[in-house]
Design a protein around this ligand. Structure first.
Ligand code: NYM
Ligand code: MG
Length: 216
């Protein structure tokens, strides 16, 4: 890897039970094996004070007004934004399990008139913009077959169905330019190969010689 190239910003997105965490770990490992420096991250980052309050909300231990929790999820990305930028400028590739795409669709999936996709997108404007977002798509049926959902907030089939519809709406917006849809209903190795093909193509791309963009 030549020294003038910055690192890439890669995001793994998808519904609960899509295999995000598994594929996220494999992308990090594969890139390290290929000699890249990699910083692995996930959102929500439950280790900060803001992240701890998000965790309590997701476990049902505390309540938050819908706009407030939305802004806390966004703040949890903003508190990490500078470290993402620094790593990338330093030549480290940052691979994140969930990012603002989840932030936008999970909040908008609540179906409130005063919490539209457009409203939910606004606090994210200005964040480092991924070079590639891999959306791991699974049908609600496949997701349910994979052992059902956990006990956290949003882990219901009604919510997941709406979240999936909104991911597809987001693909139609400007954010769609950065999104590649991956059929994650297949076996782990097949999905991994598909993902790595896209990642390897990105790592060779000339856009990594230009500055990291921001979310607009
Ligand atoms: N989630 C995640 C949001 O509602 N907004 C966000 O900004 C992010 C990053 O948190 N059901 C939701 C999606 C998940 C939940 O994520 C916890 P995970 O990956 O299961 O820890
Ligand atoms: Mg989960």
């Amino acid at each position: 890897m030549s020294t003038h190239r910055r690192g890439a910003l890669i995001v793994i997105e998808g519904l609960d039970r899509a295999g995000k965490s598994t594929q996220h770990a494999r992308v990090c490992q594969n890139l390290r094996n290929q000699g890249h420096r990699v910083k692995s991250m996930r959102f929500p980052d439950r280790t900060t004070p803001i992240g701890e309050s998000i965790g309590a909300y997701l476990r049902g231990e505390s309540q938050q007004e819908d706009h407030v929790i939305h802004l806390l999820f966004s703040a949890n990305r903003w508190e990490a934004a500078a470290s993402i930028r620094t790593a990338i400028e330093d030549g480290t590739t940052v691979v994140i399990d969930r990012y603002y795409y989840s932030g936008i669709v999970y909040s908008a999936a609540k179906g409130r008139d005063d919490l539209s996709l457009r409203w939910a997108r606004e606090p994210e404007v200005g964040l480092p913009r991924p070079d590639l977002c891999l959306f791991l798509d699974v049908s609600p049926e496949v997701a349910a077959r994979r052992g059902g959902f956990g006990n956290e907030k949003y882990e219901t089939s009604v919510m997941q169905k709406r979240v999936r519809e909104l991911f597809y709406e987001l693909v139609q917006l400007r954010d769609g330019e950065d999104i590649e849809i991956v059929d994650a209903g297949r076996g782990i190795e097949v999905v991994e190969r598909d993902i790595m093909e896209k990642v390897v193509r990105l790592m060779a791309h000339t856009k990594l010689t230009r500055h990291l963009r921001i979310m607009l």
